[in-house]
Every structure is written in structure tokens, then in C-alpha cells.
Design a protein around this ligand. Structure first.
Ligand code: SAH
Ligand code: SF4
Ligand code: F3S
Length: 436
């Protein structure tokens, strides 16, 4: 009998692509994708625990699922991803209606776990033995997709003082370049024009395995027929090297946008975070990238209220933002995570203080975002169409090479890449019209 699964994804792109793998796997076990919770026989939460708020969201979601499960016999609930890895059995003690708990390295066991759960045997699979085991499961891709994510590595060895990722995703492991290239070719054959390479620290790709270096991987991918755009996340400012920076002038398909998380503009805080670079070194890389590809866009992540952060440290972050003028950024209040070094540090900043700093930082970012967007008004730009605009009816939505969202009126053009004249800038996107 055909059944339906509803997967709810929290957290980052790593989870998004893992959810797409879960869907592929379960479709082989006769599960279709449910359009809503009510249609579903099985609900999977793919969870995140990067900040405390992320945890809370998931526990409140589990409360909703307890009632959902009671409404019809035979319904199943599974929890995977980072919070599942971290909480393990404690999750089932807190939410006994959960049938399946599986960690970040156990996705391939999902069909077996679901089969057991249907026979009322709960599963707990949390082994992290270095073998990721699910890279060969092709993530489900909707028909007509123009962009796809390709995992190139998993885990992280950096242990930034605040970060739980190494604890829940394990040590860094890179995938073979042959497999990555094969996946890119298969995607291109399906009509995908853009690939987004995924890893917690893409610049150290392959170092441990003796694979080709990241800059060579970029070169080889750029030669895959049909691939017109390449992006990658995330770059670590310490490990982004000259050869990779040079690729921005050599490879046209490499998109002019780099996500380069600064975290803080204070060298004292950067050192206490264990980030491994100074502000000056960071600025050096930004300048080199701007030289290699004039007009390149930057985005960043920031943490405010890291233990020991003073007003002066915080002002340095704002100053650094004025220097780079990021196109966009994600910013968060420091959240102490169990098992991390920073959770135990003295000098924890009061939540009101970090909340106030976050507000100032985000106001500055909004100004910069608007400024950056307004630079595009009147310009012509190629746009990779992602589909109909969800926000503005009757318009198409897509991305510029530097990753700006554009909603535009369709002209007589055809195909996935259209030429668009930008007519106005909104707070977080551009509007325009297609030109012949
Ligand atoms: N590997 C990536 C992403 C890590 S998680 C990288 O190195 O940049 C994404 C972002 O979440 C981080 O860049 C950081 O800004 C934020 N983050 C991680 N742990 C956090 C914590 N304990 N409190 C607040 N923000 C955190
Ligand atoms: Fe976390 Fe640092 Fe690794 Fe990024 S580089 S995942 S912030 S430990
Ligand atoms: Fe969250 Fe795990 Fe990603 S903790 S941010 S889903 S790696």
C-alpha cells in the first residue's frame, strides 16, 4: 500500500539536502510526498540545534505531532538531524510518541527503521563511525529544477568555541571528487544549470583524504558541460587560499558572491572564538577577491554577545561592516550550547545587552543591504529563473549571478536564463522587466 511522508526541515542547507535524500530513499520504499501534515502517514523532523531557539522550536513541534498521531491509528513520527544526534534517547524520554530517532550518519537506515516502526518496534540509530553512508543516495530534485545542491564534505574539525556542529556532524570527511563530478554531470543532463557545493568548511576540501584541492575541484566542475553557475558554502576565512581566490578571475561560471562569515570584528573575540584569523587578514582576503572579480558580493554571519564581548569589541564589528559593506548577513545572539567551550567561559553577556547590540547590527545591515540593492537599479543582468514569483503574482522569480532575488515581468524570452533590466530595489529583493 502506498503511504505518504511529510518531512519538515530545520536548520541549514546540509539538512535541506539530507531531507531530499530521505525523500528519495523513502520513495523507493513506496512512500510518496504528502502535501500536508493531514495527508501524511509518516512525519519526519530533520532537526537543528545550532542555537537554543532551534531546540525549542522542535520540542514545540513534537507537541503538535503528539496530537496529530492520536488522530489516526498507524501514524509514525521520526526525528533525525542534529538535535536527534545530540539528544539521542533523551528525546524519546521527553516525547515518548517518537518512533524513530536517527543521527546525522544514519540516513541510509531509514527504510529499515520505518519498517520496524510499522511493527511497533522503535529505533534509535546514532552511530557516528566516520562512514557517512548516504552520499550515493541522489537527493530528490523536483522536475524542472535549475539549481541543485551537491554535498562535497560533511562534519567539521574546527571546533570554534561556540559551535556544536563538530559534536553533532562528526569529524570532517570529504567525498571523492570522482563522485562529485559524476553527480554534477548527472544533474547537468537533467537540465540543472547551477550547482551549489555544500560543506561546513569547503576550503579544506579533500585535505585529509589526499583528494584534489578545492580550487581544482572548482576547475573540473566548471568544465562539466551544461553547468553555467557554480556557488559554494561555506568558506572559512582562514582556509580560503590564493589559488581559490584566483579562480574568481579564471572561471566565468564561478558566481561573484562569497559567503565569508566574519563572526566578530574584534581580534580579541576572534581569538577567543578560535577562528584562526585576524581582522586584517580577513580584509586582505576581501581585497584580493575584489581584485580578482570586481563587483563581487559578500555576505557574512555574525555572533553578538560572545562571552567577554565589550561595547568596544562590538563597535569594531560595526566598523568592519562599514569597511566591507556586506550585501547581506545572518546575525545571532550568542547561545551557549552544551558541550562547547564557550558555554563554560566567564564573562557571559546579559541577554538584554546582546539583544540591544543585535538590533543595532541589523539596522546597519539593512542600510547596507538597501544600498547594495539600489546599485543595481537601471542595470541589465542575467537572471536564472527559479519559477513563478511567490510574492508578486504573474511575475517570474530568479537570481542574479551575485545571488540577488529578482521578481520580473516576463518578456518574449525563453529558457532558464533571461536578460532583465532592474527597475527598482525593495528591502531584500529587486524588481525588473525582461528585455529582448
Ligand atoms: N560552517 C559554517 C556555518 C556554521 S553554523 C561556518 O563555519 O560558517 C552557521 C552560523 O551560526 C555560524 O556562522 C554562526 O554565526 C552561528 N552560530 C553557530 N553557533 C552559534 C551559537 N552557539 N550561538 C549563536 N550563533 C551561533
Ligand atoms: Fe562551526 Fe566553526 Fe565548524 Fe563552522 S567552522 S561548522 S562555525 S566549528
Ligand atoms: Fe543546524 Fe546542524 Fe546545520 S546544527 S545549522 S542543521 S549542521
Amino acid at each position: 500500500m502506498r503511504r505518504n511522508v511529510f518531512i519538515k526541515t530545520f536548520g541549514c542547507q546540509m539538512n535541506a539536502v539530507d531531507s531530499a535524500r530521505m525523500l528519495s530513499l523513502l520513495s523507493q520504499a513506496d512512500y510518496g510526498a504528502a502535501a500536508s501534515l493531514e495527508e501524511a502517514d509518516l512525519v519526519l523532523l530533520n532537526t537543528c540545534c545550532i542555537r537554543e531557539k532551534a531546540d525549542q522550536k522542535i520540542y514545540s513541534e513534537l507537541g503538535v505531532l503528539r496530537r496529530w498521531k492520536q488522530r489516526r491509528a498507524g501514524r509514525l513520527v521520526g526525528v533525525g538531524g542534529c538535535l536527534a544526534q545530540q539528544a539521542g534517547d533523551a528525546l524519546r524520554r521527553r516525547a515518548p510518541h517518537v518512533d524513530i530517532v536517527f543521527g546525522t550518519h544514519n540516513i541510509s537506515k531509514l527504510p529499515e527503521m520505518v519498517r520496524r516502526a510499522a511493527e511497533r518496534v522503535p529505533s534509535l540509530e546514532l552511530a557516528m563511525n566516520g562512514d557517512v553512508g548516504h552520499w550515493d543516495i541522489p537527493p530528490y530534485l523536483p522536475g524542472g529544477a535549475t539549481s541543485a545542491m551537491v554535498t562535497i564534505m560533511q562534519g567539521c574539525d574546527n571546533f570554534c568555541a561556540y559551535c556544536i556542529v563538530p559534536l553533532v556532524r562528526g569529524r570532517e570527511v570529504s567525498r571523492s571528487s570522482g563522485d562529485i563530478l559524476a553527480e554534477a554531470r548527472a544533474l547537468a543532463e537533467r537540465g540543472v544549470l547551477e550547482i551549489v557545493l555544500l560543506g561546513q568548511n569547503v576550503n579544506s576540501y579533500g585535505n585529509k583524504e589526499g583528494e584534489i584541492p578545492f580550487h581544482d575541484l572548482l576547475l573540473r566542475l566548471s568544465r562539466v558541460e551544461g553547468i553555467r553557475r557554480i556557488r559554494f558554502i561555506t568558506s572559512h576565512p582562514r582556509d580560503l587560499d590564493e589559488r581559490t581566490i584566483g579562480r574568481f578571475s579564471e572561471i566565468e561560471a564561478l558566481c561573484p558572491h562569497v559567503h565569508l562569515p566574519l563572526q566578530s570584528g574584534s581580534d580579541r573575540i576572534l581569538s577567543s572564538m578560535g577562528r584562526g584569523y585576524t581582522l586584517r587578514e580577513y580584509f586582505g582576503k576581501v581585497a584580493a577577491l575584489r581584485k580578482a572579480r570586481p563587483g563581487i558580493a559578500f555576505s557574512s554571519d555574525f555572533i553578538v554577545g560572545f562571552p567577554g564581548e565589550t561595547e568596544d569589541d562590538f563597535l569594531r564589528t560595526l566598523e568592519a561592516m562599514e569597511v566591507v559593506r556586506y550585501d547581506s548577513s545572518f546575525s545571532f545572539r550568542f547561545s551557549p550550547r552544551p558541550g562547547t567551550h564557550a558555554a563554560e567561559m566567564c564573562g557571559q553577556v546579559a541577554p538584554e545587552m546582546s539583544g540591544e547590540r543585535l538590533g543595532r547590527l541589523q539596522a546597519l545591515q539593512d542600510r547596507h543591504t538597501r544600498g547594495r540593492l539600489s546599485e543595481f537599479v537601471g542595470r541589465e543582468t542575467p537572471v536564472l529563473v527559479e519559477g513563478e514569483s511567490a510574492k508578486v503574482r504573474g511575475k517570474l522569480c530568479g537570481r542574479t549571478p551575485c545571488h540577488k532575488t529578482v521578481n520580473f515581468t516576463e518578456g518574449s524570452g525563453e529558457g532558464p536564463i533571461r536578460k532583465v533590466r532592474v527597475t527598482s530595489a525593495r528591502a531584500h529583493s529587486l524588481a525588473g522587466e525582461e528585455i529582448p
